[in-house]
Design a protein around this ligand. Structure first.
Ligand SMILES: NC(=O)C1=CN([C@@H]2O[C@H](COP(=O)(O)OP(=O)(O)OC[C@H]3O[C@@H](n4cnc5c(N)ncnc54)[C@H](O)[C@@H]3O)[C@@H](O)[C@H]2O)C=CC1
Ligand SMILES: O=C(O)[C@@H]1CCC=N1
Length: 268
């Protein structure tokens, strides 16, 4: 079994390490973070090996997962370079920093990229994964093992696919939560208690998602199943269509992609 280390023990690392701890010996999962309280919680919850400082342990890692915020990545990698296991590889989950750039910061070390999302915290992640052609099959298999422990993994043909994964399932939970907030507000405005409004909005989205997944039907068919001719749903959908929800989502995804391009340019 391989040894994996997470550089950064924040939200996403916690999600991935927590999932992985159920699939492999947790002591083979290492995490370093600047916040001792995050490390204590990771060790207590999952039994993973935690470190407050870099050291010899890094030299034994087969896979190092780069899980700090993009802005702090370059500084975080500098002291790591001299400790890297020459037989290993890196997997970055950071948005907007290209593999080539990371590879440069890591002195030529091989770098794969992934874009997870926060539902990974409950094992329901949707993660995009891409590996350059010169990465060893062992490293690819290890990276996929790490990512698959937190949900579905979709392999991308090229690195640009990672940007799209970022703009759809990566940021997407926030789009859905924003919709849930709006539905909840529509309830409270009409006199529902906050608890009831929250439960109704959550049940709506949860039930719709499970139905879509289990039935495998096209979303349009599922929508039609709800929409009786001349009924209430049709009237509500008329309002949404009049505001052009397709155009709105398209613009939202485009804005996320534009920001990714800006970030990539900043880090080049
Ligand atoms: N939150 C999300 O929905 C998604 C985040 N990502 C990416 O995942 C990465 C991590 O994001 P989050 O987990 O949300 O951030 P976070 O802020 O929760 O975690 C980052 C952690 O890195 C630690 N850290 C920073 N510099 C360090 C250093 N030099 N050495 C050791 N630890 C250090 C911080 O203390 C923090 O705990 C980011 O690059 C982000 O782009 C990717 C997909 C989705
Ligand atoms: O907003 C962000 O930059 C990160 C990347 C995908 C989700 N969160």
């Amino acid at each position: 079994m391989f040894e994996v280390g997470f550089l950064g023990g924040g939200n996403m690392a916690r999600a991935l390490a927590g999932g992985l701890a159920k699939k492999m010996p947790p002591e083979k999962i290492h995490v370093i973070d600047r916040h001792p309280e995050k490390l204590e919680k990771l060790a207590a919850d999952f039994g993973v090996t935690v470190h407050e400082a870099l050291g010899e342990w890094v030299t034994k890692l087969d896979l190092i997962v780069l899980a700090v915020k993009p802005q702090g990545m370059k500084a975080a990698l500098e002291p790591v370079v001299s400790l890297l296991n020459p037989k290993g590889a890196a997997l970055s989950i950071a948005a907007g920093i290209e593999a080539q750039v990371l590879r440069g910061w890591l002195g030529g070390y091989p770098v794969m990229r992934a874009m997870p999302n926060t539902p990974a915290m409950v094992g329901c992640g949707t993660t995009g994964f891409w590996a350059p052609a010169d990465i060893s099959s062992d490293a690819v298999a290890q990276a996929k093992t790490v990512l698959a422990a937190a949900g579905d993994v979709v392999e991308m043909d090229d690195e640009a696919g990672i940007d799209l994964v970022g703009a759809i399932p990566g940021s997407g939970p926030a789009y859905v939560f924003r919709f849930m907030e709006a539905l909840e507000r529509a309830g409270t405005r009409r006199g529902l208690s906050p608890e009831a409004a929250k439960a109704l909005a959550l049940g709506t989205v949860y039930g719709a998602a499970v139905l879509a997944r289990e039935s495998g039907e096209p979303f349009s068919r599922l929508r039609e199943n709800v929409t009786s001719k001349g009924g209430t749903t049709a009237k509500a959908l008329e309002v949404m269509n009049a505001r052009d929800i397709d155009e709105m989502m398209d613009e939202a995804v485009e804005a996320a992609l534009k920001r990714t391009a800006e970030m990539k340019a900043l880090f080049r």
